[in-house]
Design a binder for this molecule. Structure first.
Ligand SMILES: [Zn+2]
Ligand SMILES: [Zn+2]
Length: 174
């Protein structure tokens, strides 16, 4: 399959042909339909070797959406063709940061081998990308991608803004 990879420190990202990943236990393989390019991608590719903390080559893309193309062992709640977005800031779900909804600052991520897609785990600027199914008993593996219904970002943003403003919305259950 085709993917955009960062292959060498300081080099431009490249369009390459790589093997299509297989979904592991608790994972699905997505047919990517959209992938964002973010300021973080530019930032990471601007880091010198001594500050660059990922293995190369690295498939870029931490803002992916797609449809389920294949399911791994233990995934029972997602069918082929289901449209999803990938929630990048995956965490353990149990530490102080995760309890605040700040999974991107999970204090156990390194210990548990959790890395966001495109920032250590295979990214979404590719034809296909693996992602974890958080409802599967075997999820939480090293790929670290959390897969959620397409409302994860707006829900999180709304939750945070309600907390900051102290506004109590009448429809807060939605
Ligand atoms: Zn970003
Ligand atoms: Zn955590």
């Amino acid at each position: 399959m085709k993917a955009i990879q960062y292959t060498r420190i300081g080099a431009e990202p490249e369009l390459v042909e790589i093997p299509t990943p297989e979904p592991g236990p608790g994972e699905v393989l997505l047919q990517i339909t959209a992938a964002g390019v973010c300021h973080s991608d530019e930032f990471v590719m601007g880091l010198p070797a001594e500050q660059f903390g990922y293995d190369l080559p690295m498939t870029l893309g931490h803002e992916g959406a797609g449809s389920v193309a294949a399911v791994g062992a233990g995934v029972t709640d997602l069918e082929i063709g289901t449209n999803v977005v990938v929630y990048g800031p995956w965490g353990c779900g149990r530490c102080w940061h995760c309890a605040q909804g700040l999974e991107n600052y999970c204090s156990r991520a390194r210990e548990l081998g959790i890395a966001p897609p495109g920032l250590g785990a295979p990214g979404a600027i590719a034809e296909r990308s693996p992602a974890s199914d958080p409802t599967s008993p075997s999820s939480g593996s090293a790929t670290g991608n959390l897969l959620r219904a397409s409302a994860s970002s707006p829900v999180h943003t709304r939750r945070m803004s309600l907390r900051r403003t102290g506004v109590r919305a009448a429809n807060s259950s939605s």
